[in-house]
Design a protein around this ligand. Sequence first.
Ligand code: GRG
Length: 287
Amino acid sequence: MSTLPPFVVHYQPSIMAALELMLARTGTSPVADCMRYTLLAPSKRVRAILVLEAASLCGNATRAMPAAAAVEAIHAASLILDDLPCMDDAPLRRGRPAAHIQFGEAVAVLAAVGLLNEAYGHLGRSYPGAQGTRLTALYAEAVGLEGLIAGQAEDVLATDRALSFETLERIHRRKTGVLFSAAATAGALSAGGSDADIASLTAYAKNLGLAFQIVDDLLDVTGTEAETGKAVRTDARKTTFVSFSGVDGARELAADLCRTAVTALSPFGRRAEPLVALADFVAARRL
Ligand code: GRG
């Protein structure tokens, strides 16, 4: 994988420690090994950073780490499932053989379910009472039938079919954007943020998530396997933001969405600078 910018590197050790802690109870077995293989592999950790920065913006980052670890476990589960032969059939992930190539399909599926299970268990153990219930429900809804699962189902069923822009946008808001929004909301909730804070952060993350996906489509066309850590030129049978708008159009769309995202942070003033930097990173990323 290409080198990460210093802004993102800064967070890696504490997030890795939190992920190790979350998996401390899982022991060793083929399924546990596959969970660790996927979750601890090199990643930008954008969703965890979003949780931590949202919490910090709401005045208290001290309670956010379990929610940051949990969103990364959910994300890792989604990557394992996304790469399976019955889905995107992708051989490479995070610069390594995909989980099903390394461990076989059965273990990979069980590891994905195991990661989801650990994510929810970790939330329940880390946040007592109403806060834990709210965070668990938030992530469950993001994964569910208005979120990742719905987006993935519509995406898989759309292979080899032309899509309207509206459908394409709905698929990717669900597949990618919803987990970004949940991460920002979780950070705010862990910090006791107000409804107004949550509304601003959710609007930011929703737009950032769609921009992130558009850049993902761009990198499939303009990036290399060495930079992205995954196979490229794989989207030939799918309608993507690039097939719709061209490389320049998609780049403009992503930049527009990042600008809209940043505008939503205006109530926070200068304190929002780290999240503005995150949007800049998303718009320009090569990995
Ligand atoms: C039950 C969790 C669950 C999911 C079922 C398989 C599925 C439904 C959804 C797939 C969602 C998915 C993989 C969307 C793509 C999002 C995306 C752009 C992934 C790449 O994320 P990065 O670049 O990856 O942040 P790293 O490796 O840096 O973490």
